[in-house]
Design a protein around this ligand. Structure first.
Ligand SMILES: CC(C)(COP(=O)(O)OP(=O)(O)OC[C@H]1O[C@@H](n2cnc3c(N)ncnc32)[C@H](O)[C@@H]1OP(=O)(O)O)[C@@H](O)C(=O)NCCC(=O)NCCS
Length: 122
């Protein structure tokens, strides 16, 4: 990610394979189905901005452009993003990108805390 006027590098947004245990999100699991830990691979987004540039909407702007490219070019069914319970800034970026944001209220898996999901509208 670079600023248009100065070309200064301010951060990055990208794509990683993301392993999602959907069955631990209570809202997404059918009521009759018990808690389970099966996973599926998903198109996962990451974003990071140098602290001096936080709060200018840059992660959201880059995330929006990148998601459009992923949907249009890769025809991904959806994209996801994950973060920790206390990373409110990243959760706010998820919300501003229009993602549904879910919390894993269970203790396991320890590495899976907050999930953002955005479906391809096409
Ligand atoms: C998460 C991160 C990428 C957000 O980048 P950003 O360009 O600041 O994102 P935005 O400008 O869209 O701001 C998102 C929220 O951050 C908060 N924020 C954090 N620092 C801020 C600041 N200095 N000024 C204003 N808002 C700030 C605000 O709540 C903002 O929401 P708002 O627009 O409704 O006020 C950035 O904080 C970061 O790089 N954090 C460290 C790396 C990280 O945690 N990455 C995600 C790993 S899962």
């Amino acid at each position: 990610m670079v600023l248009k006027d100065t070309q200064a590098v301010i951060g990055s947004v990208g794509l990683v394979p993301s392993v999602i245990p959907w069955g631990v999100i209570d809202e997404l699991r059918p009521p009759t189905m018990p808690l389970h830990y099966q996973t599926s691979p998903e198109f996962g987004l990451f974003w990071g901005i140098l602290p001096d540039y936080w709060g200018n909407g840059y992660a959201t702007e880059a995330g929006k452009a990148f998601i459009s490219w992923i949907f249009d070019t890769l025809d991904a069914q959806r994209v996801v993003a994950t973060t920790e319970h206390d990373n409110r800034n990243s959760q706010r970026v998820m919300q501003k990108l229009g993602m549904a944001v879910y919390t894993n209220v269970h203790k396991k898996p320890f590495w899976f805390e907050v999930l953002g999901v955005l479906a391809n509208p096409k």
